[in-house]
Design a protein around this ligand. Structure first.
Ligand SMILES: Cc1cc2nc3c(=O)[nH]c(=O)nc-3n(C[C@H](O)[C@H](O)[C@H](O)COP(=O)(O)OP(=O)(O)OC[C@H]3O[C@@H](n4cnc5c(N)ncnc54)[C@H](O)[C@@H]3O)c2cc1C
Length: 155
C-alpha cells in the first residue's frame, strides 16, 4: 500500500512520519522550492512562518495536553521540538531553523518516504490521500477544495 501526503508542513510531515512508522510507503508532495506561498520563505519542511512558540507545556491546558498526547504517540514534531527548544517560560518554543532542519533531515532520511517537489493542482481521485496544504494552500488546489465543499473557503 502507498499513500500520498500533499504538503510538507507541520501536519504533512507528521502524517507522513506516522504512516511510515506503520510500515506504509508514502509519497510526500511539496511545492517548495519551486513555488512559495506569500508567507513561506525557506525550502525546509515544517516551516514555522510566524511565532516560534508551540504554546503552553502544562498538561492541564489544551495545547499542553495535545503535546503530551503527541509525545506518547512518538510524534516526530515533538521529538524535533524537544531537541530544538529555546527558553520560553512555561511554553515550548523552538529555534525555528533548527526545528525545520531536524524535521527535514528525519523525513528525507526515511526510506519509506519519497519526496516529490511539485505543486499539486488537482485533488487526486484514486488511492488514499492526506491533504495537508495548510491555510495557504495554493490557489488551484484551494479552488478545487472550495468547489468540493460547495462554496468559498475562508480562514
Ligand atoms: C500569516 C500566518 C501566520 C500564522 N501564525 C501562526 C502562529 O503564530 N502560531 C500558530 O500556531 N499558527 C500560526 N499560523 C497558522 C499556521 O499556519 C499553522 O499553525 C501551521 O503552520 C499549519 O501547519 P500545516 O501543516 O497545516 O500548514 P503549513 O505549515 O502551512 O504547511 C503546508 C505546506 O503545504 C505546501 N503546499 C501548499 N499548497 C500546496 C500544493 N498545492 N501542492 C504542494 N504543496 C503545497 C506549502 O508549501 C507548505 O509547505 C499562521 C498562519 C498564517 C497564514
Amino acid at each position: 500500500m502507498k499513500i500520498r501526503v500533499i504538503g510538507a508542513g507541520l501536519a504533512g510531515c507528521e502524517a507522513a512520519w506516522q504512516a511510515a512508522r506503520a510500515g506504509v510507503e508514502v509519497e510526500l508532495w511539496e511545492m517548495k522550492p519551486q513555488k512559495y506561498s506569500p508567507a513561506h520563505h525557506s525550502p525546509g519542511f515544517a516551516e514555522l512562518i510566524c511565532s516560534n512558540s508551540l504554546k503552553a507545556e502544562r498538561v492541564d491546558s489544551a495545547a499542553g495536553l495535545l503535546k503530551e498526547e503527541m509525545r506518547r504517540l512518538d510524534s516526530l514534531l515533538m521529538q524535533c521540538a524537544d531537541l530544538c527548544r529555546v527558553p520560553a517560560g512555561g511554553a515550548l518554543a523552538v529555534d525555528r531553523h533548527a526545528f525545520s532542519a531536524a524535521v527535514t533531515k528525519a523525513i528525507r532520511g526515511n526510506p519509506l518516504i519519497q519526496i516529490c517537489n511539485e505543486e499539486v493542482t488537482e485533488l487526486p481521485t484514486d488511492g488514499i490521500h492526506v491533504v495537508a496544504t495548510g491555510p495557504l494552500t495554493s490557489d488551484a488546489l484551494a479552488g478545487q477544495i472550495a468547489a468540493l465543499c460547495g462554496g468559498c473557503l475562508s480562514f
